[in-house]
Design a protein around this ligand. Structure first.
Ligand SMILES: [Cu+2]
Length: 104
């Protein structure tokens, strides 16, 4: 098996423990795979905002609600529908931990 080539990697938590996704905004092409990697200040999760995804996208199917508790834990996503996808971390939503993925 060949390892997949990731179009982008998003860190969960900044290197100094900041509560955020880094980078907070990325642009990828439809069909490209992105990975979220647990970094600092976990637990984190990745939940897509049903009010901020392209029409017809099922956020339950693309969200990763299970908490990532260990360093280096990863989840991946691949988007087929172009548009803007907003997402956030449930434990840190109140602290503004949110991001945006633009799929072209
Ligand atoms: Cu978080």
């Amino acid at each position: 098996m060949s390892s997949p080539a990731f179009a982008a990697t998003i860190k969960l938590g900044g290197d100094n423990g900041e509560l955020g996704f880094y980078p907070p905004s990325i642009t990828v092409k439809a069909g490209e795979t992105i990975e979220f990697v647990n970094n600092k200040a976990f637990p984190h999760n990745v939940v897509f905002d049903e009010d901020n995804v392209p029409a017809g996208v099922n956020v339950d199917a693309i969200s990763h609600e299970d908490y990532l508790n260990g360093p280096g834990e990863k989840v991946t996503n691949k988007f087929d529908t172009p548009g803007t996808y907003g997402y956030y971390c449930e434990p840190h939503q109140g602290a503004g931990m949110a991001g945006k993925i633009i799929v072209q």
